[in-house]
Design a protein around this ligand. Structure first.
Ligand SMILES: Nc1ncnc2c1ncn2[C@@H]1O[C@H](COP(=O)(O)OP(=O)(O)OP(=O)(O)O)[C@@H](O)[C@H]1O
Length: 561
């Protein structure tokens, strides 16, 4: 099990925090996805967890920090993105290997470094479907083969936990599905898997639990079913020469219809079969009729918007909905979620004890929280948190008892929606007045580093009805949100048609859409890359939703990519 509490990282004073107050668990027997767009802070979070970055917070692997482990490679297998995103590095940070080395020799060499017999390397070549190319030099390897070799290296010490940064990034669908199958099998056998991804669909297919990040903050912590319901909407793509007429009929049947390209419509709220039958009964010709899944935008965090001369940063109060009694010390609102996306359960307002990771000044793995670090925390407890289930909240708060001294110094929550500048990282105060910025900077100096200012008491909570600020153009999630001027659909022939806009509200239907047919467990298209003996963990299988039985491969082609 991995327990993450209050991870915070500010790379440079005056820049936004790469990770802010990140708290979640990755449980044994399950796959946990850390999801977020580019620059959300996923890789930074992993590096903090592994002690490759200095920052604040605590990361425990089965109860111990990574850097306290005597033989970490026996406990945690790591696959980080390599230069260019193609290589991947092993737990020692070594890139996939010298191009002139043969794969088998490369893996045997790493096995010796880890202190396991070379037969373990051979075994892993088999398991990752690389045995047939074990005598080939690494320079001949495809990205998919490199990635599988990196996974084999991470598994050498037979770890019970896997931490993987975008392992399927850039791989072919076939290789990606192989990875998914392997990781699900690893989890089903009792292992802990934490994997990052930018793709909501991949998270839905791969994970049992999805942690969503936005600009370094956790904005949702959901079981996968809930994630699917709130972030993925099923719809049917229909194409043909008479779409206006069909759309009219569909709207009459209560479906949501929107235009989709030149001669197509996207339909929500009614199934593919029903659409086909309706078209047939009315003599409407169809060229295409296909199920698909549309990604809904993730919830977004909004930074503080104003400040006073006092040096205290006032955060925007939520425009609607009562705050929990324990959240009055300054929630940073997030944008409204799509309908049905706000989940039950609030993060504990109890200020958690957050020992720092390595201090900026030295390599020691841990130091207990210093008084100056607590400056922000003393101003008030962490407010109500982002979208979380009660389950995750309980786990996070239960494991971090507060030291008596800190507990007594933290005042009980009071109203006001005010965060002291000290409680915010310098970067989070981007929109505050100069006086507040000065206060923040000087406080940071007194704490010895920029990160000291990131006591990270700022947190987020979903706020229904809050206005949605403009998004950066690079946000890939924006592209997934369908947008259409409904009154201009098929303008020339359809002026009287009552179109309804679909896909944008996240509901996909009044009662909430059924889980999208992602083919997650059933799809064994990568079976040819996966042997039944792929995972030999020696751990008892843990019943989990992620449990899957790898299919016996057909003739594998290790050079498939
Ligand atoms: N070494 C660094 N120095 C300064 N800033 C950094 C450094 N590494 C990351 N950052 C910044 O931290 C933020 C988070 O980056 P990070 O790589 O963790 O995001 P990510 O979610 O992993 O993105 P991606 O999906 O593109 O890998 C970004 O704004 C990035 O520019």
């Amino acid at each position: 099990m991995i327990q993450i509490t209050g991870l915070t990282k500010v790379y440079r004073r005056g820049t936004p925090p790469a990770v802010l107050d990140l708290t979640f668990d990755a449980r044994a027997g399950a796959v946990t996805a850390l999801l977020g767009p580019e620059d959300a802070g996923k890789s930074t979070a992993l590096r903090l967890m592994l002690g490759l970055e200095r920052g604040q917070g605590l990361a425990l692997f089965d109860g111990r920090p990574y850097r306290r482990m005597r033989r970490p490679e026996r406990e945690v297998g790591v696959l980080l993105a390599g230069p260019g995103g193609t290589g991947a590095a092993n737990s020692a940070g070594v890139a996939a290997g010298h191009p002139g080395l043969r794969a088998q020799n490369h893996l045997r060499m790493l096995a010796a470094a880890v202190g396991v017999p070379s037969r373990r390397a051979d075994e892993l070549l088999e398991q990752t479907r690389l045995a047939a190319v074990g005598d080939q030099r690494l320079r001949t390897f495809s990205p998919g083969m490199h990635r599988r070799l990196a996974l084999a290296a991470a598994l050498l010490g037979d770890p019970g936990t896997l931490v993987l940064d975008a392992p399927t990034d850039g791989l072919s669908p076939r290789n990606a599905e192989w990875f998914h199958s392997f990781l699900r099998s690893f989890g089903a056998a009792g292992g802990t898997v934490l994997v990052t991804t930018r793709a909501p669909k991949e998270a839905a297919e791969l994970a049992d639990r999805v942690i969503t990040l936005d600009r370094g903050r956790l904005v949702a912590d959901q079981p996968v079913n809930e994630f699917r319901r709130t972030r993925l909407s099923p719809e049917v793509a229909v194409r043909g020469p008479q779409m206006a007429r069909l759309a009219d009929l569909l709207v009459g049947q209560g479906a949501k219809v929107r235009r989709d390209g030149g001669a197509g419509i996207a339909v929500a709220g009614i199934g593919r079969t029903e659409i086909g039958e309706l078209a047939y009964r009315n003599g409407i010709l169809l060229h295409e009729l296909a199920d698909r899944v549309v990604e809904q935008p993730a919830p977004r965090v909004t930074l503080p918007v104003a400040s006073g001369r006092s040096g205290r940063v006032r955060v925007q109060p939520p425009p609607a909905g009562p705050l929990p009694a324990d959240s009055a010390s300054g929630p940073v609102p997030v944008e409204p979620r799509p309908a049905g996306a706000v989940l039950s359960g609030q993060r504990s307002a109890e200020p958690e004890h957050r020992p720092s990771l390595q201090s900026d000044a030295g390599p020691e793995p841990l130091r207990e929280r210093q008084p100056e670090d607590a400056a922000g925390a003393e101003s008030g407890p962490t407010p109500a948190g982002p979208v979380r289930t009660a389950e995750s909240h309980g786990a996070a708060s239960a494991r971090m008892p507060r030291p008596a001294a800190e507990a007594s110094s933290s005042p009980p929550p009071t109203g006001g929606g005010v965060l002291p500048a000290l409680a915010l990282p310098a970067a989070a105060a981007v929109s505050v007045a100069p006086a507040a910025m000065t206060a923040t900077a000087s406080s940071s100096t007194s704490a010895g580093s920029a990160t000291a200012a990131t006591a990270a008491t700022a947190s987020v909570r979903p706020v229904a009805g809050a206005p949605r600020p403009a998004r950066p153009e690079s946000d890939p999630f924006d592209e997934t949100k369908p947008s259409v001027a409904v009154d201009r659909l098929f303008r020339d022939g359809l002026n009287s048609l009552a179109w309804s806009e679909g896909g944008g509200d996240g509901s996909g239907g009044d009662g909430g859409p059924p889980a999208p047919a992602t083919g997650r467990r059933e799809d064994a298209s990568a079976g040819d890359l996966l042997t039944a003996d792929t995972v030999r963990l020696g751990r008892p299988a843990v019943p989990t939703e992620a449990t899957t039985t790898p299919t016996t491969p057909s003739t594998p082609d290790p050079r498939s990519e």
